[in-house]
Design a protein around this ligand. Structure first.
Ligand SMILES: Cc1cc2nc3c(=O)[nH]c(=O)nc-3n(C[C@H](O)[C@H](O)[C@H](O)COP(=O)(O)OP(=O)(O)OC[C@H]3O[C@@H](n4cnc5c(N)ncnc54)[C@H](O)[C@@H]3O)c2cc1C
Length: 385
């Protein structure tokens, strides 16, 4: 990819910031399963997490394609953007469908870092992939909504002030299409944690600060509703496309990190009196991963550009996520293989990045579901589920 001056400047600034957070920092956080608050604060202070907020609300008003470069560079530097990436993509729903009053109330404070918008409550224990069968309900009661139900995998909920929450406001049997009757709420968590909302951390194979969230007669003001009641599913789809594009960009960053790490190690490590990467059996897998990463990178930027031009990047965002997550996972596997036994030693960071990279063929949408989308919506094949 050839960069324009603006993109090159973004890359340099992110690289400079990330240099302050070396492998030792991430190893320590990983081992304690601790939230990298200092890193998130530094990103916020530098304005990177407000990249997509328009200048009129205190952000930098960058395009999605620029934001993708920020996320890519974070990962390529060996850092973990999963600690903060939601703020970028959740924003899309608020920007597109929030009222002027909601934008004035929240965006400038998110831009300064006074408020964190890091939690996205969609998945539930009985409805992961099948979002439309979710069971969390919001019932209007005067000037409030009363919410009951449960979310799972709500990442960063303990470290966020705001949560974008998807709940059913009209029972499924009372709507013509199952995509109707769902609504989106911007929940001020500071007012409800311990008062209707309970958060329980889930320990996972990597440091991801993910949780279960329980709603027990949780009351929120009716003004928390985004847009019109019942149209929430449509509203979050645009946020989900942004999410897929930004996470695909993170995968490209991961793939670049693994390829660089393998290239350096393969050139330095001597076995049988010569660098291991002199063997084609070692260098070809690295070269193949590089080609796979470059092809996926083109699709990521294409998807972002379709979105920036005002188009619907549904197919492109899905393809970007599919190709990039497979490219990063292939590179992760190759990197461990290139390092031999040292790929398993914590101090090399390879095993940590390997665990982190594994997530993205599963979440935020699994490979199978992307293939189903392409088969049905792009190729016109019969719906399989
Ligand atoms: C660490 C982590 C962080 C997450 N963060 C968030 C978050 O912040 N907010 C949030 O809302 N969610 C989050 N998620 C949830 C994530 O989006 C879901 O895990 C993902 O959508 C898959 O849902 P599921 O786990 O219920 O899998 P299931 O829906 O149970 O699927 C299991 C497997 O079956 C396959 N499958 C299911 N149906 C079909 C079908 N019809 N055809 C073919 N294959 C099928 C899937 O592809 C998958 O491989 C997170 C998950 C993890 C692990």
């Amino acid at each position: 990819m050839t960069d324009n001056d603006n993109i090159s400047e973004i890359r340099r600034s992110v690289q400079a910031l990330c240099a302050e957070f070396p492998g030792a920092y991430w190893r320590e956080k990983d081992s304690a399963r601790a939230y990298p608050g200092e890193f998130v604060d530094a990103l916020t202070k530098a304005g990177f997490l407000a990249a997509l907020i328009p200048e009129s609300y205190g952000g930098s008003g960058l395009k999605l394609d620029d934001a993708a470069v920020i996320m890519e560079e974070i990962q390529a530097a060996g850092c973990n953007g999963a600690s903060a990436h939601a703020q970028m993509y959740i924003m899309n729903t608020l920007l597109k469908y929030g009222s002027e009053e909601q934008k004035q109330e929240y965006l400038p404070r998110i831009a300064t870092g006074e408020l964190r918008l890091q939690a996205f409550g969609v998945s539930e224990p009985t409805s992961g992939t099948d979002t439309l069968s979710l069971r969390t309900v919001a019932v209007r009661d005067g000037d409030e909504y009363v919410i009951n139900g449960q979310k799972i995998w709500t990442s960063r909920a303990e470290y966020s002030d705001l949560m974008m929450l998807l709940a059913r406001t009209t029972p499924r049997e009372d709507v013509a299409s199952k995509t109707e009757g769902l609504s989106i709420f911007l929940v001020d968590m500071r007012k409800v944690v311990g008062n209707g909302m309970t958060i329980k951390p889930i320990r996972t194979m990597m440091n991801h600060s993910t949780t279960e969230v329980f709603f027990d007669d949780m009351r929120i003001p009716a003004s928390a509703l985004i847009g019109e009641e019942g149209k929430g599913f449509r509203y979050i789809l645009s946020g989900m496309n942004a999410e897929r594009i930004l996470i695909a960009a993170e995968c490209i960053g991961d793939a670049k990190w693994f390829i660089k790490k393998a290239t350096d190690y393969g050139s330095e490590r001597n076995v049988f009196g010569r660098a291991i990467a002199q063997n084609q059996g070692v260098q070809f897998p690295i070269a193949r991963c590089y080609a796979q990463m470059c092809a996926a990178e083109l699709m990521v930027h294409h998807a972002a550009q379709v979105s920036d031009a005002g188009g619907n990047p549904g197919a492109e965002a899905n393809m970007a996520k599919l190709l990039a997550s497979e490219a990063s996972w292939a590179a992760a596997d190759m990197c461990v293989q290139t390092h031999g036994g040292f790929g398993f030693a914590e101090e090399y960071d390879v095993e940590r990045k390997f665990r982190e990279a594994r997530l993205y063929t599963v979440a935020p949408i699994s490979t199978n579901l992307i293939l189903s989308y392409l088969a049905e919506h792009v190729l016109g094949l019969p719906r399989s589920y």
